[in-house]
Each structure stands twice: as structure tokens, then as C-alpha cells.
Design a protein around this ligand. Structure first.
Ligand SMILES: *Cc1c(COP(=O)(O)O)cnc(C)c1O
Length: 218
């Protein structure tokens, strides 16, 4: 299967899952997660019409994307991995959307850089829905306060993101995150990966992050 074939297959799954849930397929954005894959794989996806890409490292992305922007002005780049405060400026210069805002210190760094740059990527807050010790993300109980801080700083907060614990059935986490986003008045819900994106679409995902189902195993 080529990257083009894989994109078509994932697109079909999205359409069917959306239909089952009575949703419009175009309300679901497919983020093609190209981490660890070469630039040639990204180009192959672009040539197949895929315009939205996800990466989890700032440095890897700096080597892969800047020279593609000229040829593909509609390309959109999403940061889906943890962001260190000292990488904030580089991340804001490169990414259109950051999914992993998860602590006050990072919010303040983003606000400082937004002042300096005169612009800010769209932001999502990562919620640690499984309350896992090692995992990034703000705890559910602390999410409302972090949302309030991002809004008070005047930053463009759009939604919530989660990565369910590997050992759990994801659906409970997806339903929980969607309900939280609704309660907080946030329109975007980033959830679902290669193993579970149809369920995420059925439960209200607006952004799904799919890597290996498009680009093959890492
Ligand atoms: C790698 C990654 C994905 C994609 O995972 P696949 O299982 O390859 O689809 C999605 N979200 C995040 C945060 C990731 O790091």
C-alpha cells in the first residue's frame, strides 16, 4: 500500500465513522503524523492532497518543513509532542497549531513570545485524562484553571487534546474529553490515533492524529 492508498483508506474510515455518528466528514481534520519519517514521505502525502501534518519534535520539524512551505503554501503544521519552554520561540515560528499546552509556565512563555512575534499559533490544552504519573498533560481537575489562564493572557485557545493510557479502552477517555471541551466552550477536540480514530470520530473528534496507518510502522 502506498501513502496515497493509505490516505484514501483512512479518509474512507473517517467518512463512515462520521456517517454513523450523524456528523459531516469535513468537520474532522486528518493530521498526518510524519515523525521519524523522511521529508520524501511528507512530499508523497502532499502530492496525494494531504495538507495537514503533525510532528512531535521541534528540531526534527525544522529540518523537514521550512523549504516545503514555498511549494505548498496551504500546508499546515501541528506540534503534537511536549514543548519545552526554551523551544517556545522556535515552535511558534514554525507551527500553525500547538496541541500540547499543559502548564502555567509554558502559557506565560507563549504569551511573552506572542507579544514579541505579534502572532500566536492556535492552541490546544493537553489533558492527562488517565491521570498517569509519567504522562504530559494537565490533570482534569486543574484544566479549568489553565483554560482561564490561557484566555486571560489573550491567547487563541481552540480546544483540548488527549492521549489515553495504552491499557485502557479509549472510548471512555474520548467521551470524557469531548464533554470537557463542551463544558469549557471549546470547539476543537484532538483525539484518536491509528488504532482508534474511528471511535474518536464517532465521539466528536475534530482533529485526529494518524501516523502509522498512513506512513507505515515506525
Ligand atoms: C505518534 C503520535 C500519534 C500517531 O500515532 P500512530 O499510532 O502512529 O497513529 C498521535 N498522537 C501523538 C501525540 C503522537 O505522538
Amino acid at each position: 500500500m502506498s501513502i496515497r492508498d493509505n490516505l484514501a483508506a483512512v479518509g474512507g474510515d473517517i467518512a463512515r465513522a462520521a456517517e454513523r455518528a450523524g456528523r459531516a466528514p469535513e468537520d474532522v481534520r486528518l493530521i498526518a503524523v510524519a515523525k521519524t519519517k523522511p521529508q520524501s514521505a511528507v512530499v508523497e502525502a502532499l502530492q496525494a492532497g494531504q495538507m495537514i501534518f503533525g510532528e512531535n519534535r521541534v528540531q526534527e520539524s525544522q529540518g523537514k518543513y521550512p523549504d516545503l512551505r514555498a511549494d505548498w503554501p496551504d500546508m499546515e503544521l501541528h506540534l503534537i509532542g511536549p514543548l519545552q519552554t526554551n523551544k517556545t520561540r522556535d515552535a511558534m515560528a514554525l507551527f500553525d497549531v500547538i496541541h500540547t499546552v499543559d502548564r502555567p509556565k509554558l502559557v506565560r512563555a507563549l504569551a511573552r513570545e506572542a507579544q514579541a512575534l505579534g502572532r500566536c499559533p492556535s492552541l490546544l490544552i493537553q489533558v492527562n485524562t488517565g491521570e498517569e504519573e509519567q504522562k504530559a498533560g494537565v490533570l482534569p481537575a486543574d484544566t479549568e484553571a489553565l483554560v482561564a489562564l490561557v484566555r486571560a493572557e489573550g491567547l487563541p485557545l481552540q480546544g483540548l487534546m488527549c492521549i489515553p493510557p495504552v491499557e485502557d479502552a479509549p472510548s471512555g477517555h474520548f467521551a470524557f474529553l469531548k464533554r470537557m471541551a463542551d463544558d469549557l466552550g471549546l470547539a476543537w477536540v484532538s483525539m484518536g490515533m491509528s488504532g482508534d480514530y474511528p471511535a474518536a470520530v464517532e465521539l466528536g473528534a475534530t482533529h485526529i492524529r494518524v501516523g502509522s496507518a498512513i506512513f507505515g510502522a515506525r
